[in-house]
Design a protein around this ligand. Sequence first.
Ligand code: FAD
Length: 467
Amino acid sequence: MQETQKTPKDRHSMPEQPAEVRRSNFLEVPLGYTEEMAQAEASRCIQCKIPKCMEGCPVAVPIPRFIRAIAQGQFAEGIRIIWEKNGLPAVCGRVCPQEIQCEGQCVLGKKGKPVAIGNLERFLADWERAHGDGSLPAKQPPTGKRVAVVGSGPSGLTVAGDLVLKGHAVTLFEAFHKPGGVLIYGIPEFRLPKAIVESEVNTLEKLGVEIVCNTVVGRAVDVSELLDEGYDAVFVGVGAGLPRFLNVPGENLIGVYSANEYLTRANLMKAYDPLYDTPLVPGKNVVVVGGGNVAMDSARTALRMGAESVKIVYRRSRDEMPARVEESHHAEQEGVEFLLLSNPLRFDGNNEGRLTSVTCEKMTLGEPDASGRRRPVPLADADFTMDCDLAIIAVGSGANPLLTSSEPEIKLNRRGNIEADSATGKTFMRGVWAGGDIVTGAATVILAMGAGRKAADSIHDYLMRGW
Ligand code: FAD
């Protein structure tokens, strides 16, 4: 276990597996606070009268209140305070980009380190799983209304949980054989143990949510058929799972994967476990293209799958990298190399069609583009080639048209995302709501949950009072 640095004013860092050990196992990297560490960290909070941290949280969790409960050793009370606003604290405590949300606003961060709000949220959720009595929240009496939720990622799970508690009968349809969305098929075990997501899903089932897996809505059944079959409302939370590619020569060689496919095979289909038959090219020299969380997850997974060298190729500089700071830091500690200001031009293969190398161009940064980030501009005569037998493309993902193409009444924007009212999630189709990545484009867990909560409130209102 790595030492925690601790001085009275300093943030209490979380113990974690040493980099040289964890790079070859799939166990969770940070090990969690003890009760003493959590209380000591919570005691750093100065309980601001106007808590900026809450303004930074997309679902306005009452952060100072739950932190005060921890400082006082009232852990059961603390988790109840979080549940008022957030049904998935064990997930959010682990994967939210706190540095640009709650912790980014903490006043202690102005002169030193912000309170470790994410670590404390995770502590309470883990404490509850270990010590809680497993009691379920109280449900309202049955309303006789039925709701279909399509997609079981954080937006769908939130809608299902909120509406079942309000007394509605909820059925959750999922295309994959396991519910959880990206939390199950995308984010790796070493960052978000699957037992945590499974326990959240089990709670929903105990509350009465019916989960129907292996059902692609838009193929097996349409949204309008669900309404005809007697569902009073439908929520669409199908995410943004359609991978983008670079569109450069050689991308169809054996050994070039989308991050989506690579991570799904590794996580959901457990390619890392010898008990499973899932095939996955075991790269020796791996190149991952992209600079977000998905790229970091792919690179760190490839290391754990036995790669000798893993390089992140990113076309901008470190300042523009969208990954959570903790993820890029962990990746580097584990030995992932960063080739910044570099961009693949082509992949080359052998006569069996297998990838053997990648050629990249060097970039410099020009003026800011529409995203506000400085535009990468190629440098002349600076191309270079590297050996590479596995390449993972993690340059973003878009909306999958499977469901929406069968339902023209659901209007889309020019990127193929569903147009929905930002305050309610209502779409242009009567009785149909949408939220999460399918509306915003690829975003974050907490934003998907926030959208789910707004839609659940609006659906409840509709079921009780009309459209
Ligand atoms: P998803 O989680 O995408 O779930 C959608 C579900 O709908 C899926 O299970 C899918 O199988 C199902 N579905 C799709 N089409 C159909 C259909 N036609 N019928 C039935 N079911 C269907 N965010 C963070 O905040 N922090 C992170 O650290 C982070 N890391 C990430 C790492 C990876 C590898 C990825 C891919 C994303 C990451 N994100 C992270 C983003 C975050 O996970 C997403 O923003 C979030 O999961 C979106 O939630 P959602 O409910 O909209 O959809």
